[in-house]
Design a protein around this ligand. Structure first.
Ligand code: GDP
Ligand code: CA
Length: 346
C-alpha cells in the first residue's frame, strides 16, 4: 500500500554492513529512497552505514580497510563492478614492481588507484587522526558530491581489530597455524576448514564516535545480507554495540545471506561451519535471535527457495517471510528493503 507523506515516519536508517553484500544492499536501499518505493520512508531519509573493520590489515606499510572501501567505492560509484572490490579502470604497476623485488605478500591485490586511498588513510592515521575522521575525509570525495548529508559511513570502531583464522598445518608442532582473515580468504581462497576464529582486539574495542547514537536514534535498523560471522558478527562483537541494537526503539530487521543452503558469494558457509551454526537461512536468523529472547532481531527475511524455514524462524519469536533475496539489480534490491520494512510495519 503506498504511504502518504504523513505516514512516512522513517527518517533515519542505520545499516550494519560488511563489504560486498552490505554495499550492494545499501545501493538498492538508497535507490529505493530516491525512487520513493520504500513504505513509510520519508523522501529525505538519511542512511548511516556502520561498517565492519575486522578485515583490516597493514600491508606494505599501508592501512587497508577492505569493507569500508568496498562500501565507499560502491556507493560513490568508483567500484570495479566485475570484481566487486577495488577501483574501476585499475592498473597494477605498483603490484608488479613489488613482485619484482620479491616483497611479500604478493597475494594481496593493491591497485595503483586504490593505493592513493591507502596512502591518504595511512598518512592521516600516522598524523594522529582516528579512523572515523579519516573515513569522513575520504568520503568527502566519494559520498558527499552525490549523497550530501543523506549518507554517512562510520567504521564500527577506531580501535585495531583483526580477524585471525586457525587452520590445520601438519608441518607445525601444534598441528595448527594462524593466518590473518585476508590471507585465509585471498591466498587460501577459504578452501581449507577454518578450525577457529580469533577476533584480536575485539573485546577491548570501543564503538567509533556516532555509532551508538546512529543505532539509538534510528527509526529502522537493518542487517543486510552480509556475512553473519566475520562482518555483522564482528560489528555486534564491539562492546556495547549488541546492547545498543537490543535497546533501540527502532525495529531491527535482517536479510539472509544464505540462500538455498549456501552463501550467494563469499565464504559465509565456511565461517558458519567454524562456529558450529548450520548453514541455512533459518539457522542464521535463529543465530541472531529475537530481541524478545535475548537476540538482536525483530524480523528476518529468507529467500523464496527457503520458504519452508519461515515457521522455524517464527517459532524462535521473529516475524519472518520468504521473498526474493537475490540482488540482481537496484530495483530487485530496493524491493528487498521494502519487504524488510513491510515485515515490521504490520
Ligand atoms: P564481504 O565483506 O565482501 O564478504 O561482504 P558482506 O559480508 O557484506 O557480504 C557477504 C555475504 O553477502 C555473503 O555471505 C553472500 O552470501 C551475501 N550475498 C552476496 N550477494 C547476495 C545476494 O544477491 N543475495 C543474498 N541474499 N546474499 C548475498
Ligand atoms: Ca569483509
Amino acid at each position: 500500500m503506498p504511504t502518504t507523506p504523513a505516514e512516512a515516519d522513517i527518517r533515519q536508517i542505520t545499516v550494519l554492513s560488511g563489504g560486498m553484500g552490505g554495499a550492494r544492499f545499501c545501493q538498492g536501499l538508497l535507490h529505493g529512497i530516491r525512487t520513493g518505493s520504500l513504505p513509510g520512508v520519508a523522501a529525505g531519509a538519511t542512511v548511516t552505514v556502520v561498517a565492519n573493520t575486522a578485515d583490516d590489515l597493514w600491508v606494505h606499510g599501508l592501512k587497508v580497510c577492505p569493507d569500508l572501501d568496498t562500501v565507499m567505492y560502491t556507493l560513490g560509484d568508483g567500484i570495479d563492478p566485475g570484481r566487486g572490490w577495488g577501483r574501476r579502470e585499475e592498473t597494477w604497476s605498483v603490484k608488479t614492481e613489488l613482485a619484482e623485488y620479491g616483497v611479500e605478500p604478493t597475494w594481496f591485490g593493491l591497485g595503483d588507484r586504490d593505493i592513493a586511498t591507502h596512502l591518504v588513510r595511512t598518512q592521516m592515521l600516522e598524523a594522529g587522526y582516528p579512523l572515523s575522521a579519516v573515513t569522513e575525509a575520504l568520503c568527502r570525495r566519494w559520498l558527499s558530491p552525490t549523497h550530501g548529508d543523506a549518507l554517512r559511513l562510520l567504521p564500527m570502531t577506531d580501535d585495531r581489530v583483526e580477524t585471525h583464522v586457525a587452520i590445520a598445518d601438519p608441518q607445525s608442532a601444534s598441528g595448527r597455524r594462524v593466518v590473518h582473515f585476508q590471507e585465509y580468504w585471498v591466498r587460501l581462497r577459504a578452501e581449507v576448514p577454518a578450525e577457529q576464529l580469533v577476533f584480536v582486539g575485539l573485546d577491548a574495542a570501543a564503538p567509533a564516535p556516532g555509532v551508538l547514537d546512529a543505532i539509538a536514534g534510528a527509526d529502522l535498523v537493518l542487517l543486510p545480507p552480509s556475512n553473519p560471522v566475520v562482518s555483522v558478527g564482528t560489528i555486534l562483537g564491539v562492546p556495547g554495540l549488541r546492547q545498543a541494537v537490543r535497546a533501540t526503539a527502532a525495529p531491527v530487521v535482517g536479510l539472509s545471506p544464505i540462500v538455498g543452503g549456501t552463501h550467494v558469494r563469499g565464504m559465509a558457509q565456511q565461517m558458519l561451519d567454524s562456529i558450529g551454526v548450520e548453514v541455512s537461512a533459518g539457522a542464521v536468523g535463529r543465530h541472531y535471535g529475537a530481541r524478545s529472547g535475548g537476540g538482536v532481531l525483530d524480523g528476518w527475511l529468507v529467500d523464496t527457495v527457503d520458504a519452508d524455514q519461515v515457521p522455524t524462524v517464527e517459532a524462535a519469536g521473529l516475524a519472518a517471510r520468504a521473498v526474493p533475496l537475490m540482488m540482481t539489480d537496484h530495483d530487485a534490491t530496493a524491493a528487498m528493503a521494502a519487504a524488510a520494512i513491510d515485515l515490521v510495519r504490520e
